[in-house]
Design a binder for this molecule. Structure first.
Ligand code: AHR
Length: 512
């Protein structure tokens, strides 16, 4: 096949918000315990933070971290996680049928973020069992400098300076029947509106994320956003989207890889539909205020498979069990790269995103207790996209591509791509070939006003689409230099780059 991307520096989508490269740490399985935090691990510091994990987190290039859930937050009492460790209670975690020891809480998270490179905290409040008072107390504890019972308790607990948390999630997936304290759109919208307005009475500078739909295919999708935004619009800054993709099992026992490789199409439609709902609400309310999308959970997740089944039994509440420990393949990383391209393409409406999650739980980084930490296949597209795109500006992608047929999404473009102009004048192009069997000759037409002399490309591809990184073979899947990338010899302007894209592959091209 053939495809062509035309970019022009005069036609921009939006600056790349650093927050697009956020991630997510939930008290779930081994994300926190034996992931971030493992006192006694050979690389652990005096806080019990694993140094090998911190090194990988820095290399990954993540920014804002959403915390502490997820479904977990809807039953969480934040007070349990602050104060002397020996006094912290052990609690049932109903969301994941586990025991929460509370050894790690808000102060530890703030400290960990500092060690991991000064990343921003995006804190979620509990609107399942928690409600308005719990949210206000947590904000007072976190952001008020001193002189009240809660702010002074924070200081007594070792944090003299306020945490100054800007971004707050007003609950998690409150549209989902599985959520602790699940609510109707009416009830949630009414509660979220008062929580938002009242949080602003404490700190007018907070940026608030109201829950949108937990899946594109929720039966309430669309009407949920409409009702909730109508009630909260003036007092929130973001509405959330969550999406997870996996290749669905077909009746013949094989997986629908063609549809899976086109997951970016679904994410793109989801974003466009939510953006339209935001615009319609703004129009109806005659508002001057803008609300953006926080795509604060996205990934590939084999949600129906064994590792995602909760423990069971009234007497069986394990501490940090192995849950959601998906081991990602080459195909998964290609789809993952496409999702990043899709987020970038929509950078005008999506101002924040969180890869769910960071360590061990559907994560780019894996660990063994007492043992090593390593990179999953998905680590690579994330780290390279973050490195090349941060600080840049997304350009309007004019893309000509073949198409192919999928069972789930009908006819879809075979190629998806986006270009980001760097602050230093370089150009980075991210591109995915969704075809299972055909390579594509890809041509990039660069802006006429640039002067470019060097091209470098990296491709994630393997003849074995199911290859994976494991404890025994942690570097099986990685990026390779794509030696085919070159300026087009038949074009004297120096503005045309050609690259061969293998079937089912993800590529980043940098032109300087
Ligand atoms: O990321 C795993 C879970 O997926 C989160 O806890 C929840 O918000 C979503 O359903």
């Amino acid at each position: 096949g053939k495809a062509r991307l035309v970019v022009d520096t005069d036609f921009t989508v939006a600056p790349v918000n650093d927050r697009l490269f956020g991630s997510f740490v939930e008290h779930l399985g081994r994300c926190v315990y034996t992931g971030l935090y493992e006192p006694g691990h050979p690389t652990a510091d005096e806080n019990g933070f694993r140094g090998d994990v911190i090194d990988l987190v820095k290399e990954l290039g993540v920014t804002t971290i959403r915390y502490p859930g997820g479904n977990f937050v809807s039953g969480y009492r934040w007070q349990d996680g602050v104060g002397p460790k020996e006094e912290r209670p052990r609690r049932l975690d109903l969301a994941w049928h586990s025991t929460e020891t509370n050894e790690f809480g808000l102060h530890e998270m703030v400290k960990w973020l500092d060690k991991a490179g000064g990343n921003e905290l995006m804190e979620a409040v509990n609107l399942g069992t928690g409600g308005l008072q719990g949210a206000l107390d947590l904000l007072e504890y976190s952001n008020v400098p001193q002189g009240t019972e809660l702010s002074d308790r924070r200081r007594a607990n070792g944090a003299e300076d306020p945490f100054n948390i800007r971004m707050w999630c007003l609950g998690n997936e409150m549209d989902g029947p599985w959520q602790i304290g699940h609510k109707s759109a009416e009830d949630y919208g009414t509660l979220a509106a008062s929580v938002a307005a009242d949080m602003r009475m404490i700190d007018p500078d907070v940026e608030l994320v109201v829950c949108g739909s937990s899946k594109h295919e929720m039966p309430t999708f669309g009407s949920w956003e409409e009702t909730v935004l109508e009630k909260t619009y003036e007092n929130v800054d973001f509405v959330s989207c969550h999406a997870y993709y996996h290749p669905e099992m077909q009746p013949d026992g094989t997986r629908d890889m063609k549809s899976f490789l086109a997951s970016g199409v679904d994410m793109d439609n989801f974003i466009k539909e939510v953006a339209s709902t935001i615009s319609a609400t703004k129009a109806r309310l005659k508002s001057d205020h803008d609300v953006y999308i926080s795509f604060d959970e996205w990934n590939v997740w084999y949600i129906n498979d064994e590792p995602s089944k909760n423990p069971e039994g009234i007497g069986n509440w394990p501490v940090a069990p192995r849950l959601l420990e998906d081991v990602y393949s080459v195909a998964d990383a290609v789809v993952f790269g496409d999702l990043l391209i899709t987020l970038l393409k929509n950078a005008d409406r999506v101002h924040a995103a969180s890869l769910a999650q960071l360590v061990n739980v559907i994560a780019p980084i894996m660990t063994e207790p007492g043992g090593p930490a390593w990179k999953q296949s998905t680590f690579h597209p994330f780290a390279l996209t973050a490195r090349l795109a941060k600080g840049g500006t997304v350009l309007e992608p004019k893309l000509a591509s073949d198409t192919y047929e999928t069972a789930k999404y009908g006819e879809v473009p075979t190629i998806n791509s986006v270009a980001v102009r760097g602050a230093d004048g370089s150009m980075s192009v991210f591109v995915v070939n969704r075809s299972m069997d055909e390579a594509t000759e890809f041509e990039v037409r660069l802006p006429e006003d640039g002067s470019f002399s060097a091209v470098t490309a990296w491709t994630l591809h393997d003849d074995d689409l199911s290859a994976r990184n494991t404890l025994d073979d942690p570097e099986r899947v990685t990026l390779h230099a794509n030696e085919s990338a070159a300026f087009d010899a038949s074009d004297d302007s120096g503005h045309v780059v050609k690259v061969s894209l293998p079937a089912a592959s993800w590529t980043a091209i940098q032109v300087r």
